[in-house]
Ligand binder design. Sequence first.
Ligand SMILES: [Zn+2]
Length: 193
Amino acid sequence: MGGPEVDHLIALLAKLPGMGPRSARRAALKMLQQPEARMLPLTEAAQAVRPCADCGNLDSQDPCSICADEHRDHATICVVEGVGDLWALERARVYDGLYHVLGGTLSALSGIGPEDLSIHLLLSRIAEGGVTEVILALGATVDGAATAHWLTDQLRPTGVAVTRVGQGVPMGGALDVLDDGTLAAALRTRRAS
Ligand SMILES: [Zn+2]
């Protein structure tokens, strides 16, 4: 239609969540018609945003604005699979502690072991002291449950309280479909892991 660059842009957009070929074509057209307003902000954001060296959140500052916020509860760390889960909890305004983004779950089937996730970083954060509770907010899947179990064993020697959010909560990027009340209840009904 418009040469290889246009086809490439459409192909890239079509890979985004919620995008089909048709919506990708429409989005590409909108972007190409006003590149300064619609495309430059994307590259600016891509260049400015980095993973936080402490928690793995995506932010233009490092430590991220959550880790750097002195008003938040620095004694509590909520462990999530991905940044999408973190964003969902933040949007719902149901939690005021810190986070730790694991980057996935352990998975024997997919060959994902502890060294593939940011578990060392979590343990070193706890070793620095000051943390009293770790909340595991992992997916209600077989891998999520296995990861929570494994992490509980790893964290036991540290002496911090390890809790899990209420059951039946789909995590792993699926949190944003939940309403704030359900998220708040999941955090409130956390129990010892
Ligand atoms: Zn952070």
